[in-house]
Ligand binder design. Structure first.
Ligand SMILES: Cc1cc2nc3c(=O)[nH]c(=O)nc-3n(C[C@H](O)[C@H](O)[C@H](O)COP(=O)(O)O)c2cc1C
Length: 188
C-alpha cells in the first residue's frame, strides 16, 4: 500500500510563505508509492482540555484528527513567531496529541522545514518544534537540516517558487526525507 505524507504549514496568513513552501513541496512528485497531502489548519479552535471529556467536540477537531490518522509521515513547514513556533501550529500539535494515549503523532516520521524572510531562517522555531516532537515520539530527520532564509524573495507574483539554488535545496531535502522515511518507517 502507498504511503501518504502530510504537509502542515504553520500559518493562516493569506499570503503565507509557509503555505507557498508547502505547495512547492507538494509539487515535487514523490517516488512511486508516495503521495503528498496538504493538511489544512484553518478553523481549528484553540485546544481546551474539556474537549477530551465532552461528548460533542468541534467538528474541525474531529476533521483534523481524521486527516492526520490518514497520513504515515509529516513534513512541518514552520515560520518563526517570537523565536518559537506560531500558536496555530502548536495548537494543532496539542489537539493531535490529545486525549492522552490517543495521539495521532505517535511514531510518524517527521521533517521540519523552517523559514523566515529574515536571515535566521526560523532556527528558533525549528528547534522548539524538535523539542515537542521528541515528546510526541516522532522520529525526526536530522540531516539535512532545512533552514530557508529570505523566504519573501523566493516566489513569483503567482506564488510559484522561482527556480534556483533554494528550490534545488528544498527538492533535494524532500528526496532525502523520502529516503530516510523508507528506512525509518521499516523499523517502526
Ligand atoms: C507575531 C509575529 C512574530 C514574529 N516573530 C519572528 C521571529 O521571531 N523571527 C523571524 O525570523 N520572523 C518573525 N516574524 C516574521 C515572520 O517570519 C513573517 O511574518 C513570516 O512571513 C511569517 O510566515 P508566513 O509568511 O508563513 O505567515 C514574526 C511575525 C509575526 C506576525
Amino acid at each position: 500500500m502507498g504511503k501518504v505524507i502530510g504537509i502542515l504549514a504553520g500559518s493562516l496568513h493569506r499570503d503565507s510563505f509557509s503555505k507557498k513552501i508547502a505547495k512547492t513541496i507538494k509539487s515535487f512528485v514523490p517516488q512511486e508509492g508516495y503521495e503528498f497531502k496538504i493538511i489544512d489548519l484553518e478553523g481549528l479552535p484553540v485546544y481546551n482540555q474539556d474537549f477530551d471529556t465532552d461528548k460533542n467536540i468541534p467538528w474541525a477537531i474531529e476533521r483534523f484528527r481524521a486527516d492526520m490518522q490518514s497520513v504515515d509521515g509529516v513534513i512541518f513547514v514552520t515560520p518563526e513567531y517570537n523565536r518559537s513556533v506560531p500558536s496555530v501550529l502548536k495548537n494543532a500539535i496539542d489537539i493531535g496529541s490529545a486525549p492522552f494515549g490517543k495521539s495521532i503523532w505517535n511514531e510518524k516520521p517527521a521533517a521540519i522545514f523552517s523559514h523566515s524572510p529574515g536571515n535566521i531562517s526560523g532556527f528558533g522555531a525549528n528547534h522548539h518544534l524538535r523539542q515537542s516532537l521528541v515528546f510526541l515520539n516522532m522520529p525526526t530527520m536530522q540531516q539535512p537540516e532545512v533552514y530557508i532564509t529570505n523566504s519573501d524573495a523566493l516566489f513569483s507574483v503567482n506564488g510559484v517558487m522561482i527556480e534556483g539554488s533554494t528550490k534545488d535545496f528544498v527538492r533535494s531535502a524532500v528526496n532525502s526525507y523520502i529516503k530516510w522515511f523508507e528506512k525509518s518507517y521499516s523499523t517502526i
